[in-house]
Design a protein around this ligand. Structure first.
Ligand code: GDP
Length: 360
């Protein structure tokens, strides 16, 4: 499964957030056999459509899609020099498909800030610099090797060209993910190098109640990281919310003027940043959201349920969630001609409710 790695300076609230992510046991009830590793937090993707479908089909249970977060480690200024970022850190971060940077934007004189003052913009550039430097070092080592390999015809010249283009982007202080077509960085040629800044970034601003209520301040912070997405949450509040039942949690959220928890927002933004979407299946046993990549076809989507479904794919019966709910039942949706028969080239749309037909 795709994972999002959590990084940040020390003392910004990573552990507090991560504890909230792992203690969120809404999932344990639904996935009793899932083995969850200690440094992985699995959060359900909030989807109000699931409860509606479960009601319609009389499903016994609901299985939401999930997003996994991995606790990577703190990064300190200068980490990429000297001993470097550390092998464990690098191994963990290389495995992550996106990077979630937690930044402190709460004011609490009792919590020491490593740089002496709370300055989210400064913290973000510190982390960027460390990651950019780490990639520069990787490329400095790789380019001479690639040059030899290209001469010896062991490696395609395009790989070397991409590596040099990447160096130019990093030299200008930018991440590789922010490179444009004009920069000529063909990331698919650079996969084996394990570069860090090719991954998409998400930013979590760990804020206090005052900032949660201050739209202008949030816009200011979001502007620092745009076009990447920002989530504003109070890690301490989140760790309290996961201890409460749904009703109490909603009350506590309302008391600080929020309608959705920060973890829910983080799951949504994470899912989106990873380029994922869901389709839905429903029946008396369960209503379930299945995770696919945006742009996947019906047979690829079927393969997420079972590889046999993909191999033996015949067709998909597809109805959009809205049409199904409006009709009130699958039979009525069929009667109204809202259930489409789609073939192997059909590209899945968000909110498709699907039944696959296949040969075994
Ligand atoms: P880490 O080093 O990034 O993992 O940071 P921790 O999660 O250990 O948090 C550092 C300190 O900040 C702890 O004393 C936390 O209780 C405190 N802290 C974390 N999040 C918040 C928050 O949202 N508000 C306040 N006031 N304190 C927080």
């Amino acid at each position: 499964a795709l994972t999002i790695g959590i990084v940040g300076l020390p003392n910004v609230g990573k552990s507090t957030l991560f504890n909230a992510l792992t203690e969120n046991d809404a999932l344990a009830a639904n996935y009793p056999f899932a083995t969850i590793e200690p440094n992985v937090g699995v959060v359900p993707l909030p989807d109000p459509r699931l409860a509606v479908l479960a009601e319609l089909f009389g499903s016994e249970r609901i299985l939401p899609a999930t997003v996994s977060f991995v606790d990577i480690a703190g990064i300190v200024k200068g980490a990429s020099e000297g001993e470097g970022l550390g092998n464990k850190f690098l191994a963990n971060i290389r495995e992550a498909d996106a990077i979630c940077q937690v930044t402190r934007a709460f004011a609490d004189p009792d919590v020491v800030h490593v740089a002496g003052a709370v300055d989210p913009g400064d913290d973000i550039s510190t982390i960027h610099t460390e990651l950019v430097l780490a990639d520069m070092q990787t490329l400095e080592r790789a380019v001479p090797r690639l040059e030899k390999e290209v001469k010896g015809r062991k490696t395609d010249a395009a790989v070397l060209t991409a590596a040099k283009a990447a160096q130019a982007v990093l030299d200008s202080g930018r991440t590789l993910h922010s490179a444009t077509a004009a920069d000529g960085v063909e990331v698919e040629h650079l996969k084996e190098l394990g570069l860090l800044t090719t991954k998409p970034f998400i930013y979590v601003f760990n804020v206090d109640e005052a900032v949660l209520a201050d739209e202008a301040r949030r816009a200011e912070l979001a502007a620092i990281v745009a076009p990447a997405q920002a989530v504003f949450l109070d890690a301490k509040l989140e760790s309290e919310l996961v201890e409460l039942d749904a009703e109490e949690a909603a009350e506590l959220l309302a008391s600080v003027g929020q309608s959705e928890s920060g973890l829910d927002q983080l799951a949504r933004v994470g899912f989106d940043t990873l380029g994922l979407q869901t389709y839905l299946t429903a029946g008396p046993k369960e209503t379930r959201a299945w995770t696919i990549h945006r742009g996947w076809t019906a047979p690829q989507a079927a393969g997420v349920i079972h590889t046999d479904f993909q191999r033996g794919f015949i067709k998909a019966e597809v109805v959009s969630f809205d049409d199904l709910v409006e009709a009130g039942s699958m039979a009525e949706a069929k009667a109204r001609g809202k259930v489409r028969i789609e073939g192997k080239d059909y590209v899945m749309a968000d909110g498709d409710v699907v039944e696959f037909r296949f040969n075994v």
